[in-house]
Design a protein. Structure first.
Length: 379
C-alpha cells in the first residue's frame, strides 16, 4: 500500500525555510567541457526539493538512513536502501514513488519496504551489516555493506532477488578486509559507500577514502586516494582497480576540537567509463558541503597489482575529475547527501535525483533534490 508522507506543520516549516534561500526552479547549470572534453558536457535544470522530517513512521518502522537510490524502469519507481544496521528494524530497502515532472518535485511516497536476507535466508542480526548502496543489475538488485572495521567485519557486495533473498556475493579483493593492526584494509566508516552499474553490466564499487596502505584520509590541506574496483557483473570477478583523488576537506570546523571530514559518498555510471561522484563533506558548526564531480576512467592506471599506493615506485594515473556542481554555491542548503540516481519523471523527462541520509537524527532530515537532465555526455 502506498503511503504518502503528510505535509505536517513540521514539514512545511522545514520546506519553506530551505526554499527561501534555494535557487529558483528552472535555474540551469551547465558544464560544457569537463576536463576539456566537450563530448562529456552535461547540463542540469533545478526542479526543487522535498523534505521528510526525521521520526516519520512507515508501517511501524522509522523511515530514514537513505544511502543509495536507483530507478526501476519496469515500475517507474525507485529503490532506496536504508543504512539502518538492523538496529531499529531488520536491514531493508524501500520502493519509492517520486512525484516529479518538468514543472518540479512534488512529493515522495513509500510503496513498500523489503527486508534484506542473509545467506541463510534470515533477516540480518543487529550490527552484522551496514547497507550503504543499491543498484539494479541484469540479474537482480546489487547492494553493498560498508562493514565495520572496529570489529573486523569485512565489507561486501551482494546480489539479492526482489524479495530480498540472497543470490550471490562478489569476491572481496586482497587488501580490502579490515585488519587489527591497521596496516592495510578499510578505515572505519570510510569503506564501501559507492556502487554503480555500467550499460555493459560492469559494476563499479568505490570506497569513501583511502585504505590504510594507500595513504591518509582527507584533511584540510590534503586529499585522499580512494580505490574504485571494476567487477565483471556476470561473473562477479574483479577486472581492474582505479584511483579517484578525493579532494581536501573544503571547510574548517567551528573549533579546532570539532570534527570535519570529506569523502566520496556515491557514484553513478553515465556510460562504461564516465561516472558522476558525490563528494560529501561535513564540518561541525557549518554543515555539509556537497559537490557533484564527473570522473573519466579512460586512460586511468589499473592498480589491481599495486598493493600499496604509498609504497609504490610505478607511475599511477588517477581518474580524471571535474567539478560539475557545488550545491551550496547555487544557493541550496544540503544535508548528508549519500544517494544519487538517474531516472524518468512522470512526464518522461530525464531527471537526476539526490537523496540524503538523516542518520535517524532529529537534527537532520531526509532530503530529496531533483534536476532535469537537459544534456549528458555523448559517446
Amino acid at each position: 500500500m502506498t503511503k504518502r508522507f503528510a505535509a505536517t506543520a513540521a514539514f512545511v516549516l522545514l520546506s519553506s525555510t530551505v526554499t527561501v534561500s534555494a535557487t529558483d526552479i528552472g535555474a540551469t547549470f551547465t558544464s560544457a567541457c569537463p576536463f576539456g572534453d566537450c563530448a562529456a558536457g552535461i547540463s542540469l535544470s533545478y526542479l526543487g526539493e522535498f523534505v521528510i522530517p526525521s521520526g516519520q513512521m512507515e508501517h511501524g518502522v522509522e523511515f530514514g538512513g537513505i544511502s543509495g537510490l536507483d530507478f526501476d524502469a519496469a515500475t517507474g519507481h525507485y529503490i532506496a536502501i536504508s543504512d539502518d544496521r538492523s538496529d531499529k528494524a531488520p536491514a531493508r530497502f524501500y520502493e519509492l514513488d517520486i512525484d516529479v515532472d518538468a514543472s518540479g518535485l512534488k512529493g515522495v511516497s513509500v510503496v513498500k519496504h523489503v527486508t534484506l536476507k542473509d545467506k541463510n535466508g534470515e533477516p540480518f542480526a543487529a550490527k552484522t551489516v551496514d547497507p550503504e548502496s543499491i543498484r539494479l543489475g541484469k540479474d537482480g538488485i546489487y547492494w553493498g555493506s560498508e562493514g565495520d572495521a572496529k570489529v573486523l567485519l569485512p565489507p561486501f557486495i551482494r546480489v539479492t532477488a526482489p524479495d530480498g533473498s540472497f543470490v550471490r556475493e562478489f569476491p572481496l579483493p586482497e587488501g580490502f578486509a579490515p585488519t587489527a593492526d591497521k596496516l592495510t584494509g578499510i578505515r572505519d566508516n570510510l569503506a564501501f559507500e559507492d556502487l554503480a552499474v555500467a550499460p555493459s553490466g560492469d559494476v563499479f564499487v568505490g570506497v569513501e577514502a583511502a585504505f590504510y596502505q594507500d595513504g591518509p584520509k582527507p584533511s584540510l590541506t590534503t586529499g585522499s586516494l580512494s580505490r574504485i574496483v571494476r567487477f565483471d557483473g556476470k561473473t562477479g570477478e574483479p577486472k581492474a582497480q582505479y584511483v579517484h583523488p578525493v579532494s581536501p576537506i573544503p571547510q574548517a570546523a567551528a573549533t579546532a576540537a570539532a570534527g570535519n571530514d570529506n569523502g566520496m559518498s556515491e557514484m553513478l555510471a553515465l556510460d562504461d567509463h564516465r561516472l558522476l561522484a558525490v563528494e560529501r563533506s561535513y564540518a561541525e558548526g557549518f554543515g555539509n558541503n556537497i559537490k557533484i564531480m564527473m570522473m573519466d576512467l579512460a586512460g586511468a592506471s589499473d592498480i589491481s597489482a599495486t598493493p600499496s599506493l604509498t609504497k609504490n615506485d610505478q607511475r599511477v594515473v588517477p581518474a580524471r575529475k571535474s567539478q560539475l556542481l557545488d550545491l551550496r554555491a547555487i544557493g541550496l542548503v544540503p544535508d548528508n547527501i549519500e544517494a544519487m540516481s538517474l531516472g524518468k519523471a512522470k512526464d518522461g523527462t530525464d531527471v537526476l535525483i539526490l537523496g540524503s541520509d538523516n542518520n535517524f537524527s532529529t537534527s537532520q532530515k531526509t532530503q530529496f533534490y531533483a534536476f532535469k537532465v537537459l544534456s549528458r555526455p555523448q559517446q
